[in-house]
Design a protein around this ligand. Structure first.
Ligand code: TXA
Ligand code: MG
Length: 341
């Protein structure tokens, strides 16, 4: 299959190309597109055959439901049977944006979008290209992250191309995404909202609008099964094994020193500040200074060492405040193990 690529950016959205991509969606084809979180792999959410192509292209397990992307609150309402009051507050504050609402579903979307559940995840993305595409298609667009299942989510068109070239009909290259981690998934079927996947909107931000917000126990302990089917899988794994390091800066230095002396070829994934403690010739990839920058460049960092002749990646751990919670959630799922010193 030939993958058609359209190149555009935020200041130059090409209406004709968007419409061509939207027409592909309407014709039952799959098209990858940028959002403010990560690239999505879209299909007409009302067309089961089109949705099946998403699962096939990604090699995605059939029991893992997809998020339906819509362009407005009005369109969101068409997909669900009930919206609790706190969701209106959350929509007011955070949508369009990186927040996905799990709500009781009607049968507007195809069954396989929900993977057999009675609920559906709905998100209004804020990326202008994503919004234009959904509007052009005139229907909800089902879209998981546009990576091969198990790999880090794509934050640049090059990542999508690397994973899915030849397996999808189209790819809108809109440059780098912003947040860099996936949306927060929040279960809104009960009286109190429950975070099923930490992400772009933090627990603290949600609580300011909706009062108490809980964390899915499946995220915290290994005894409980996560409620979002996708969270039980090993995820975001780079091709080179990843280890997390927790301990003092000097212990980190020691550890890396000893590894290098023992002849292991390691790649070090760190913040700009931590990078400063290692000698110039250490094989390093810097993720940025602030936790927001680190979130934004994390998946690119995880993919970076693939071509770089290393046997393992050692990444530092970060404070779990704000989006740090989502960063650490993804790192733990990507890592082989944690080294504690
Ligand atoms: O930022 C994002 O959310 C990106 C962009 C493309 O919008 N999408 C994304 O989709 O990350 P995906 O499929 O990679 O992850 C969706 C997560 C999975 O863990 C899935 O199990 C969960 O949301 N999910 C979807 N529908 C659900 C439902 N009805 N109930 C519980 N969890 C659900
Ligand atoms: Mg994904």
């Amino acid at each position: 299959m030939h993958t058609k690529v359209w190149k555009m950016n935020l200041t130059n959205i090409l209406d004709q190309d968007i419409q061509e991509a939207a027409d592909m969606l309407k014709a039952g084809e799959v098209v990858a597109f940028p959002t403010e979180t990560v690239y999505g792999l879209g299909a007409d959410a009302t067309n089961a055959a089109a949705v099946r192509k998403i699962f096939a292209a990604k090699g995605r397990p059939q029991d893992n439901p997809l998020i339906a992307h819509v362009a407005s609150t009005e369109q969101l309402k068409e997909l669900v049977t009930f919206i609790p009051n706190y969701v209106y507050k959350l929509i007011e504050a955070f949508s369009p944006g990186p927040l996905t609402y799990i709500l009781p579903a009607n049968d507007y979307c195809a069954e396989n979008v929900k993977a057999g559940l009675s609920t559906i995840g709905v998100r209004i993305p804020s990326h202008p290209i994503a919004l234009a595409l959904i509007q052009g298609a005139g229907r909800p667009v089902a879209a998981p992250s546009a990576n091969v299942s198990g790999k880090p989510s794509p934050t640049a068109a090059g990542h999508v191309y690397e994973d899915l070239n030849g397996r999808i009909s189209g790819l809108i290259d809109g440059g780098q995404t912003g947040v860099g981690l996936e949306s927060t998934v929040i279960d809104c079927t009960g009286e109190i909202p429950v975070i099923l996947r930490p992400g772009g909107i933090t627990k603290e931000q949600l609580e300011l609008e909706a009062g108490t917000v809980m964390m899915d126990p499946g995220l915290v302990t290994s005894e409980d099964r996560p409620k979002a089917p996708g969270m039980k899988y090993k995820h975001y794994a780079p091709e080179v094994p990843l280890y997390l390091f927790t301990g003092s800066i000097s212990a980190f230095q020691d550890f890396v020193d000893k590894e290098i002396q023992a002849g292991s070829r390691i790649g070090v994934l760190v913040s700009d500040q931590t990078a400063g403690i290692f000698p110039e010739n250490t094989h390093m990839h810097k993720l940025g200074e602030t936790i927001e920058e680190i979130a934004s460049s994390l998946y690119d960092g995880l993919r970076f060492f693939k071509q770089a002749n290393v046997d393992k990646i050692i990444c530092e751990t970060f404070s779990e405040e704000g989006i740090g919670q989502a960063v650490m959630n993804r790192l733990r799922k990507a890592a082989v193990s944690v080294i504690e010193r």
